[in-house]
Design a protein around this ligand. Structure first.
Ligand code: SF4
Length: 80
């Protein structure tokens, strides 16, 4: 269940609640680059972050195939 961050929606909040709820350090604010980052190697696929993202910028998929379909669909919807 990889996570996808829609950077058009993410508000890059350094106090991002979604990152706060990530107990594995997989979603975090990088102060040196001033942006939210996701470390897929650390992600435990719990889905908790998705439920705590205010702007609705986080999506998850059950596998890479579903993730790719999701990203393509989001791109398509933005073109409309
Ligand atoms: S799915 Fe769970 S482990 Fe992965 S980034 Fe979100 S909160 Fe962290």
């Amino acid at each position: 269940m990889p996570i996808y961050i829609d950077l058009d929606l993410c508000d890059q909040n350094e106090d991002c609640p979604a990152a706060t709820y990530c107990l594995y350090g997989a979603l975090y604010f990088d102060h040196s680059e001033n942006k939210l980052k996701y470390d897929r190697e650390k992600c435990q696929n719990c889905g908790t972050c998705v439920n705590h993202c205010g702007p609705g910028a986080l999506y998850y998929a059950k596998d890479d195939e579903e993730l790719n379909m999701l990203v393509e669909e989001l791109k398509r919807l933005k073109e409309i």
